[in-house]
Design a protein around this ligand. Structure first.
Ligand SMILES: Nc1ncnc2c1ncn2[C@@H]1O[C@H](COP(=O)(O)OP(=O)(O)O)[C@@H](O)[C@H]1O
Ligand SMILES: [Mg+2]
Length: 335
């Protein structure tokens, strides 16, 4: 039996661009699929097709047991959508926006009010509740949009890059909200550019690039394919790059990559902190002076390098620009 979200051979072209190039998906009920990919990979297009907002050129999709192409209106009644671009009414206050959604879903006025208050609190918007949304910062709008998607808990939810543009605290809170939602039985398809986020929230991950699924699996499976953690070493002098490379080669479980201008070598390893201590000793005994060394978990870029042989960074040139990258830091404009 197909899952709560099912797609087969979805194709969507925009002129020359094959935004979706034969995408298959199957998300079992009550689970979270992380659709992971860089800018321009086709994530939003997939979400728009699955949520009836866009007709595919070919392929089939079934959401909550309903054929998306044949019965779009019925599908819309069974899903919630939080878009990459906030769909709030600028001229209503935050509170009014949420109450309006509640009423659209036939909640009583009283219940809609109550739910609005809960959500405003949860997304740190209580202080701004009675200001019109047009006075909100980008981050606040994003949170209002997410709150609007959560007014009712539909059986199937789509969230398109829900945490892009959120500061770390709000991101953490949203993760908690999402986890509760899923614990309540909702099936969720979530798009993200961050492996860390998919790792945290998703049961299964689909990596997409140029409209094609290039890998699927659990986070552990993907990480195993990328060779686990990374040791990153920044050497003090350019002439120490080669000796450092020789030392790292004896520990590495994959290719060593080099960022020449920053004198940074990166190598996949298994073995964690204990191994890191050994590497430091070994570099030292070979006379390699280091400015910095660390162990980090694989990122989307690492997944890409090991799957495609090139960094996801390159792909962003075709997308809408890499602005979402900056979202890693505390970038949200204040309240
Ligand atoms: N309405 C559109 N018209 C033309 N090209 C589009 C349109 N929507 C998306 N694209 C192109 O399709 C590709 C996939 O876009 P998108 O699904 O938005 O990617 P993502 O959400 O993964 O960043 C990109 O190359 C993008 O420029
Ligand atoms: Mg997108």
């Amino acid at each position: 039996m197909p899952g709560a979200i099912y797609a087969e051979g979805l194709v969507k072209t925009f002129g020359e661009v094959r935004a979706l190039d034969g995408v298959d998906l199957d998300v079992p009920e009550g689970t979270v699929l992380g659709l992971l990919g860089p800018n321009g990979a086709g994530k939003t297009t997939a979400v728009r097709v699955l949520t009836t907002l866009l007709q595919p050129d070919s392929g089939r999709a079934v959401v909550a047991g309903i054929d998306v192409l044949k019965h779009p209106n019925e599908v819309r009644r069974s899903i919630g959508l939080s878009g990459q671009f906030a769909a709030v009414d600028e001229y209503l206050t935050g509170r009014e926006n949420l109450q309006m959604v509640g009423q659209l879903y036939q909640m009583s006025g009283r219940d809609a009010k109550k739910r609005a208050v809960q959500l405003l609190e949860r997304f740190n918007l209580s202080d701004a509740a009675d200001r019109t949304a047009k006075t909100y910062s980008g981050g606040m709008r994003r949170r209002l949009d997410l709150a609007a998607a959560l007014v009712v808990s539909p059986p199937v939810m789509f969230m398109d890059e829900p945490t892009t543009g959120l500061d770390p605290r709000n991101r953490q809170q949203l993760w908690e909200v999402i986890q509760e939602l899923v614990a309540g039985g909702t099936t969720l398809l979530l798009t993200t550019q961050y492996l860390e986020e998919a790792d945290h929230l998703a049961h299964d991950i689909c990596v997409i690039d140029h409209g094609k699924v290039i890998a699927r699996g659990t986070s552990d499976q993907l990480k195993a394919r990328t060779g686990g953690e990374r040791v990153e070493v920044v050497v003090h002098q350019p002439d120490q790059i080669e000796p450092a490379r020789a030392v790292l080669a004896t520990y590495g479980k994959g290719e060593i990559s080099l960022a020449e201008h920053t004198r940074k070598l990166t190598v996949p390893v298994t073995g964690g902190a204990k191994l890191l201590a050994e590497v430091i000793r070994d570099l030292d005994s070979h006379g390699v002076e280091i400015d910095d060394i660390g162990l980090r978990r694989p990122t989307l870029d690492d997944v890409f390098i090991s799957l495609t042989g090139h960094a996801a960074e390159l792909e962003r040139a075709n997308g809408e620009g890499g602005s979402t990258r900056a979202a890693k830091g505390p970038k949200e404009d204040g309240q």
